[in-house]
Design a protein around this ligand. Sequence first.
Ligand code: COA
Length: 324
Amino acid sequence: MNHSTLKPSATLAQSAQIIGLHADYAATYETLTYPNFWPVLHSMAENPSVVAVGAEVEGVPVGLAIACLDRSDDSVNREDDQPLQGQVLSLFVTPEHRNRGLGRLLLTHLETQLCDRGCQQLEIRYLSSPQSPALEQILVQQQWFAPQVTALVCYASTDRVRQAPPPHLVDYLGRWLDRLPAHYQFFLWTELTPAERTDLEQRMQGDGLMQRFNPFLDADRLEPLNSLGLRCDNRIIGWVITHRIAADTIRYTQMYVDPASQPLSRSTLLLAKAIQLQVEQLPHTKGTFRVDIDNAPMVRFVHRRLKPYLDEVRTAYCAIKILQ
Ligand SMILES: CC(C)(COP(=O)(O)OP(=O)(O)OC[C@H]1O[C@@H](n2cnc3c(N)ncnc32)[C@H](O)[C@@H]1OP(=O)(O)O)[C@@H](O)C(=O)NCCC(=O)NCCS
C-alpha cells in the first residue's frame, strides 16, 4: 500500500486513519464518490493538481475528500494578482461513520495539503440536502465564509407534469401561442441553418448575455427532440437548448430570448413547448434545470408558475475559505 498516514483525531475510534491518497491506491476509494469523479481519481498520477484524502476504519475506506487546484494559469510564473484557487470536488463519509469528526478531519487535511501546494483560496459548491447542516457546521467550525446561494436546481418528471392540477402548462401554452404574432416562428434547433449559425456566432462575440446562454456548448449531447429556436422575421431571437444527461433524463440547459423581443412570456413559451414535447414523446422520463439566483425573473417564474410541475427544488451554494 503506497500512502502516507496522517495523525488521526483523538476523538475517533482508535482504528480510524486519515490518509493522503496516492494514485495507485486512490481507485479503491471509488465507491465513495460519484462516477463522474472517477477519472479525476485515476488522473492523480499524471495530474498534480488533484489532491485526495481518505479515511479508513480498520483498514476499510469510509470517507473521501477530493479537491483540485486551478492551474489554468501557469502557477509557477504567475504575474497577476489572482490567488491560486482550489475547489473541493467531493466530500463524503459513509452514513454509519458520520458525526464522529471524520468529515471535518478530511476537510482539514485537504486544506493542509492544498496549502502546502500554494493554494490561497478554497471553494466548495454543494446542493441543499439532508446532510447540508452537517457540512455547514463543519464550515463554521473551520472558519469558512458563510455559504452564498448561487442557483436553484429543479427536478421534474413527465408523470408529475401530466398529473399537475389546472391551470395547466398546456393551457398556458395554448393561450400564449394564440397571442404570438405571426412573424414569430418556433423551429427545432437541429434545423438551424449553417448561415444562421454563422450569424449567431458573430452576434455572440459582442454580446455578453448571448455568451452566457451560449446554445452551442455541449453539442455532443444536444437533445434533438426538444431543443428549440425562435425566429422573428427570419432572425434567430431565442432558444431553449436541452441535453440528454442520462437515458431517462433531459437537462434544460440554456434558455434565452433577446431582451429587445421579450416579454418573459416568450422565453417561458419556449420552455413550455419543450416540456410539452418531452411529456408527449418521452413518457416516464425526468427533467432538470438550473436557474442562477441573479436571474430574478426566472427565479420568480419557478416559484410562482413551475412549482406544481416540480418534484424537488434544491438550492445551490458556494462557500469559500482564505487559506493563506
Ligand atoms: C457532510 C459529511 C461529509 C459530514 O461528515 P461527518 O463525518 O458526519 O462530519 P463530522 O462528524 O466531522 O461533522 C459533522 C458536524 O455536523 C453536526 N451535525 C450533524 N447533523 C447535523 C444537523 N442536522 N444539524 C446541525 N449539525 C449537525 C455534527 O454534530 C458535527 O458537529 P460537531 O463536530 O460539532 O459535533 C457527511 O454528512 C456526508 O458524507 N454527507 C453526504 C455527502 C455530502 O453532502 N457532502 C458535502 C457536499 S460535497
